[in-house]
Design a protein around this ligand. Sequence first.
Ligand code: G
Ligand code: G
Ligand code: G
Ligand code: MN
Ligand code: NA
Length: 252
Amino acid sequence: LTLGRDLSAALDNGELSMHLQLQVDHAGQPVGAEMLMRWRRADGTFVPPDIFIPVAETTGMIVPLGQWVLRQACLARLALEAAGHPLQLSINVSPRQFRQPEFVAQVRTAFEESGVTPHAFVFEVTEGLLVEDFDMITAKMRELAAMGIRFSIDDFGTGYSSLGYLKKMPLYELKIDKSFMRDTPHDANGTAIVQTILAMADHLGLRVVAEGIETEAQARFLAENGRPCMQGYLYCRPLPLAELVARLDRGG
Ligand code: G
Ligand code: G
Ligand code: G
Ligand code: MN
Ligand code: NA
């Protein structure tokens, strides 16, 4: 597969970078940022992550990419601390990374070498991919949680998995998938799903980030319903680190 070969070379050639998208609280104050991978080819064209992340999953390239993301996240956190903006950073972690026997040790090493506190990081795991490796992933989550790392279920509600895992995994956060937010508040069914997730998270003591917030109507609805944290184009696009810092310097 050409794309797979190109992606492997892209890492070596410096064509990959990380963008950061702010997460804000109900008052619009920055509380964190999600790190999102970007691939800009030498010819200047962008390959969308929706295209290359699945390829990386299939080829196994997601494992070295994930290691690289972790190091980038440590560097980003150090830069944010130095700039006086110690935001919590969320990174996407693939179940294939968890399947590596040395995953926990590699994470520990990345934090030790960079001197960054694991408490500064949230690992997002996609719900849809949890099912098959549930026991193994839960066991490794516990080891990492003991280190201070927090866990978030990404795309919550889209994965067709049993809700039973919510009480078995050491979770910190649920991310309401943007497909549900797209229908909120104008569609009754979409809105009911969002309200149900918010109520459940509240009962379970989990933080919520609502994704894909694009309109004032969505933000108003959330301000009146549980006041979760929010992430979306209304507040901030995914930006290079330097642009994010410049924006935070201006006051968010
Ligand atoms: O960034 P959007 O900007 O288009 O990202 C599309 C998808 O790619 C999202 O589902 C996101 O979870 C995934 N993705 C983006 N960056 C990373 C990454 O660094 N690691 C993994 N595993 N997935 C990522
Ligand atoms: O990992 P995850 O699938 O949650 O990644 C978030 C995805 O959502 C990324 O592709 C990011 O670029 C995208 N995104 C972020 N904000 C918005 C938004 O307001 N609307 C839409 N449609 N997508 C968004
Ligand atoms: O610049 P861009 O189109 O990516 O901005 C996306 C959204 O973020 C827009 O709604 C814009 O108003 C908002 N935004 C961009 N820069 C800033 C900023 O420095 N401060 C604040 N509060 N909002 C900004
Ligand atoms: Mn995510
Ligand atoms: Na998502």
